[in-house]
Ligand binder design. Sequence first.
Ligand code: HSE
Length: 346
Amino acid sequence: MQEIRLALVGFGNVAQGFTQILAEHEEEYARKFDLRFLIVAIADPVRGSLLDPDGVDLGALLQASSQPGGINSLPGEHPDWDALQMIQSAPADALVELSFTNLTTGEPATTYLTEALRRNMNVITTNKGPIALHYDQLAALARLQDLHIGVEGTVMSGTPVLRVGRRLLSNAGIERIQGILNGTTNFILTQMETGQSYTQALQQAQAMGYAEADPAGDVEGFDAAAKVAILARLVLGENLPLAQIERTGITAITLEQVQAAAAAGNRWKLIGSLSYENGKFKGRVRPECLPISHPLAQVSGATNAICYSTHLLGDVTIIGPGAGRLQTGYAVLQDLIAFYCPECIG
Ligand code: HSE
């Protein structure tokens, strides 16, 4: 049985979802993959830090994370670490980086990932900032050290659009990618169809936890643009800087426009796309009024979808969650299995 020691930066929703998956399926993964995942270190700016080289008890960890005092209420060692100190000290094989997203600099996550790679850890992140902005430099460092980078959760959480696009469609000739890549905006547009105001719908999306801490990232299209940049780099092998992605959000779409479109059998959707134009791929995020027969027009609420238009297969559409505690935790798990049991994942 191979034991994989994990260090976690951040113990918020996604980390808790991932821990819950491990706690509930520990024996199954040991049996199926001959792998046991141990959480040996955590650094979270609010919930505290932890060091347990034998692997913390996952049930106790989950319980402690919801108690006052957080992780620091657990028995064991609680070094006074920040994330960087934890990475420099943790006896871990892989870093799971789940700190906040910064689409301007990619920091501090890029520094955490770089430091972990330098210290010979494989890395996984669900954080769009470092991957949209600095994937090439991180991938070069990983190659140099013969390490892996897992980024499945950066686009559509655990719905496996990156893995399918990169691996399973790489010989099908992808000519265009179109997607509903942001759940908050799709939820708002869906609610507006029922007569709810933009402001009410945004408040509901925030209350339900879909929206980013600063929802401007969602409604102005920055979040979707970061995902377009990641798809360009990872699926198409194209380096498309975020600043070169044409971007319009949904803030100018009115209730009247949404309802008029619905009455005419159409739907407004915020579409992120990559299309081949004048000899190169062009990246865009903009509201599009799609006929109801379009596969992406059928996708409502916070659900996401991606349509790969390919030369050999025609259109391949994948619909699924784009966010969520367990859903994004599942992306982390799949990346780990891909690192440590590649034959198990295809
Ligand atoms: N705020 C994002 C969304 C979360 O609404 O889709 C997932 O990236």
